[in-house]
Design a binder for this molecule. Structure first.
Ligand code: PDD
Length: 283
């Protein structure tokens, strides 16, 4: 059975319990990370820990993760779950923990809950990716602090499910006339050879994959722009991609009823996914 990490202990998944008074359970009062593991190595580990530390600060949880300590804990977790092979994904969350009563106010004494679980990383093969994915668009109904990787994800859950119910891979969120990001991913478009993605702000989650894609593009002299994408630009883009730690880079070939690049992944997507896979191989 899967082993999980809970508050300093490694336990079989079915024997790991938290209190019903946990603020993660009652209020979604916590933050999280999802980080891929390739060939037994924690991918972009420092970046994930830094983002988690930023999320903790943003929700006023006075905790700070030490990279070395958590590298050891998560590596141990992977060893416990070695039956899942060398490529796994780790879900890691911290909540404001136990409170003696249900009250919006922060508890007087902090008892955070630390939880991590790993599972097999199911990335798609190049052959599968090449078929492309379809997405829908919808109004961004999330709160105003989307830069925080918070566990309170009900809006994202509902928006993502709408896509699945229409046999699509993602919902692209529209706010004030701009295409912001996906319900579970960042958004990129390509126009006239330039890669464009929303600049960092409270409207988007600063994706670790987004950062890596931008860095790889710049290192390879592919022009990039970080700026808001108008909703119209999404439909008239030469290419559309979504990125996330578990999906890498998906080429989008249809947005609502509009075909992108005649329904085929574009030239720059082929280039980027190749650079991304080379980066992983060379870890
Ligand atoms: N989601 N934007 C949103 C709203 C996300 O939920 C995610 C990732 C991203 C991409 O971030 P990254 O490249 O760091 O994975 C962008 C994860 C995978 C999840 O919630 O499961």
């Amino acid at each position: 059975m899967t082993t999980v990490y809970l508050n300093g202990k490694f336990l079989p998944k079915d024997n790991a319990f938290i209190s019903v008074m946990d603020r993660g359970f009652l209020f979604g009062d916590g933050v999280y990370e999802v980080l891929p593991v390739y060939n037994g190595k924690l991918f972009q580990f420092q970046q994930h820990i830094e983002r988690l530390n930023s999320s903790l600060a943003a929700i006023k949880l006075p905790l700070h993760l030490d990279c070395q300590e958590w590298q050891q804990i998560l590596t141990q977790l992977l060893q416990y779950n070695s039956e899942y092979g060398p490529n796994q994904s780790i879900y890691f969350q911290v909540t404001r923990g136990y409170s003696p009563e249900r009250n919006h106010a922060f508890p007087a004494t902090l008892n955070p809950t630390w939880f991590a679980i790993s599972q097999p990383l199911k990335t798609l093969s190049y052959e599968e990716l090449k078929k492309g994915k379809q997405v829908i668009t919808a109004k961004d109904t999330r709160w105003q602090l989307c830069n925080i990787k918070a566990t309170s994800l009900l809006a994202n859950v509902l928006l993502y499910q709408d896509a699945l119910d229409q046999q699509c891979a993602e919902t692209i969120l529209i706010r004030d006339g701009y295409a912001i990001e996906g319900a579970t991913s960042n958004l990129f478009i390509v126009k006239d050879g330039v890669i464009i993605t929303a600049s960092l702000s409270a409207w988007i989650l600063g994706g670790i994959t987004r950062d890596l894609v931008l860095n790889l593009a710049r290192e390879n002299h592919i022009p990039c722009e970080e700026r808001l994408i108008l909703e119209n630009e999404l439909f008239s883009a030469d290419e559309v991609w979504i990125t996330s730690s578990t999906r890498e880079i998906y080429p989008i070939i249809q947005v609502d009823n509009t075909l992108i690049n005649k329904g085929l992944p574009g030239e720059l997507w082929h280039k980027m996914i190749n650079l991304y896979h080379i980066f992983i191989k060379n870890l």
